[in-house]
Design a protein. Structure first.
Length: 105
């Protein structure tokens, strides 16, 4: 069975977590990567983080005992899902270019 398509938000969250980041850093990075198109509210982000943790695509890093900021990082499973999504998106792009005449703007 093929892998489900990632939402744009999840795709950018996973990309952001190639390096360890805390929640606010993820929100900032996603906005920057998407050129401001994707803006995550805290509730949306933490809902996605909980789902990604359950799936094993990211992991929480052990932080300092007195810090409330929790950092997250992508796992090998998450990297695999990101790579599969990149392949899926590349296929979409190539088919679109081929069928629309391949004109690049």
């Amino acid at each position: 069975m093929p892998n489900p398509a990632l939402t744009e938000a999840v795709y950018y969250i996973l990309l952001s977590l190639l390096e360890p980041l805390h929640g606010y850093g993820i929100i900032q990075n996603v906005e920057q990567l998407s050129g401001g198109r994707v803006r995550l509210a805290a509730g949306t982000l933490y809902g996605a983080i909980n789902t990604l943790l359950e799936k094993g695509w990211i992991t929480a890093l052990a932080g300092e005992a007195d810090s409330r900021k929790k950092e997250y990082v992508i796992t090998e499973t998450g990297r695999d899902m990101l790579q599969k999504e990149l392949q899926r998106l590349s296929e979409l792009l190539e088919n679109g270019k081929r069928l629309l005449g391949g004109s690049e703007q």
